[in-house]
Design a protein around this ligand. Structure first.
Ligand SMILES: [Zn+2]
Length: 75
């Protein structure tokens, strides 16, 4: 895949940060390989990158650090 599904822009391989919910908690996973559209900014993950993220949260990988999360309400 090298073309954006939404705008047909060019996709670039990048390392991104991704948030993932798992069992009611949120995890921030840094340096996840992804394809990012240079035109609209949409981020796509390969099935392998998706599996990598899920295996990290499932295995409760050792945290690099623990950051407090700021929660906002838009209602
Ligand atoms: Zn795009």
């Amino acid at each position: 895949m090298n073309e954006c599904l939404y705008c047909k822009g060019h996709l670039e391989a990048r390392l991104v940060s991704r948030v993932q919910a798992y069992h009611g908690r949120w995890y921030l996973i840094e340096h996840v390989p992804a394809l990012v559209c240079s035109q609209c900014g949409e981020t796509f993950y390969t099935p392998q990158a998706h599996d990598l993220v899920l295996s990290l949260v499932r295995e409760a990988a050792a945290p690099v650090r623990i950051d407090p999360l700021t929660v906002l309400d838009a209602s």
